[in-house]
Design a protein around this ligand. Structure first.
Ligand SMILES: C[S@@+](CC[C@H](N)C(=O)[O-])C[C@H]1O[C@@H](n2cnc3c(N)ncnc32)[C@H](O)[C@@H]1O
Length: 238
């Protein structure tokens, strides 16, 4: 095992609970946010925050915006000077994009955090009968937000995939954005315990050679890193 590789799941015995994660996320306190069942679990979000802190992530793309976007913005604002990071949150729903933008404006995050409105549309990489983010809106939005820099953290929590027949709705993310990733980038898929997301992970692994660590039971997410740079995984069981 290389120095910073995660141990196999069988060796990770202790749960990182939502309760423990909530305590960690208290460091991101600010005006109240309406956390609900559509948002990431605290343990999943803390897993993402750990990667940002431990591996210095500064070019972040999130598919599916919400409470997580605001909390990630708070974290980056704490840790990086103005202009030192970029977050692009891609959102298909115009009303929700507006709401998230208003929350970010209240927080004074500025141009470092951009909500990219990209409606769902037919897409060549989407499963038959499913849509994905409109190609032109997504491409223009990400180019503007990232200003040519590669993505060092890709968080896939959209489009919504809970409805029957929509289980593979998030599949296009990696085929489409793979070439936008920096060496050593982190890829996170939320809701990794659901059958659709498990199939998405199998396909991504087969097609890209990435090896996802499934933290689904503990945090709801699966995490992989692209090759090319040393990364740190954070505190592990001794
Ligand atoms: C799984 S949610 C994304 C959640 C987000 N990443 C978070 O953790 O807060 C996927 C989509 O559901 C919609 N959504 C999420 N929270 C919502 C809410 N409270 N009200 C309405 N729509 C919501 C948005 O369109 C979003 O892109």
């Amino acid at each position: 095992m290389a120095a910073f590789d995660l141990p196999p799941p069988s060796l990770i015995g202790r749960e990182f609970s939502d309760e423990a994660a909530r305590a960690a996320l208290a460091a991101l306190s600010g005006p109240y946010l309406p956390w609900g069942s559509g948002a990431m679990r605290p343990a999943g979000l803390a897993t993402v925050c750990n990667d940002i802190v431990l591996n210095g992530r500064r070019r972040i793309v999130e598919l599916g915006s919400g409470i997580s976007t605001v909390l990630l913005a708070r974290l980056l604002c704490q840790r990086s000077p103005p202009g030192g990071f970029r977050i692009a949150a891609v959102e298909h729903d115009a009303g929700w994009a507006q709401w998230v933008t208003e929350q970010l404006d209240r927080e004074g995050t500025g141009s470092e955090v951009v909500v990219v409105h990209a409606p769902l549309a037919s897409h060549p990489r989407a499963e038959r009968g499913l849509n994905w983010y409109d190609h032109d809106a997504l491409t223009a939005g990400l180019r503007g937000a990232l200003r040519g820099d590669p993505i060092d953290l890709l968080l896939v929590d959209g489009p919504p995939a809970y409805a029957p027949g929509h289980g593979l709705a998030r599949y296009p993310a990696l085929p489409v954005l793979r070439n936008w990733l920096a060496p050593g980038a982190t890829v996170v898929l939320d809701d990794a315990e659901r059958p659709g997301e498990r199939e998405v992970l199998r396909r991504w692994e087969r097609e890209t050679g990435l090896d996802f660590d499934r933290l689904a039971d503990r945090a709801g997410v699966a995490v992989a890193r692209t090759g090319g740079a040393g990364t740190v995984n954070g505190p592990q069981r001794g």
